[in-house]
Design a protein around this ligand. Structure first.
Ligand SMILES: [Zn+2]
Length: 88
């Protein structure tokens, strides 16, 4: 298990998905269900811009409220370590 010792803990975890995931936290070694923060991506801003041009400005907030347009950042609920990002 020491093979990945030199890799930073902040490396994206390919196992995480769009929803909270149960995994072993590499930081505190506990079995946790991740806390997910949804972040806007470049695509989110593009969709917002397109909606703004084609429709009207109140639509701009729509893609920021739709989780399917957002990346999912996973954090450990126990030690708050960053565990990985699910990219759209
Ligand atoms: Zn942890």
């Amino acid at each position: 298990m020491a093979v990945n010792y030199l890799q930073p803990v902040t490396m994206a975890n390919p196992l995480v998905g769009p929803e909270p995931t149960t995994l072993i936290c590499p930081s505190c070694k506990a079995s946790v269900t991740t806390r997910v923060d949804h972040k806007a991506t470049t695509r989110t801003h593009l969709v917002a811009l397109i909606l703004c041009v084609l429709l009207c400005w109140p639509c701009v907030c729509v893609p920021y409220c739709v989780n399917s347009c957002l990346n999912a950042d996973h954090y450990c609920p126990s030690c708050n370590a960053y565990l990985g990002t699910y990219k759209r």
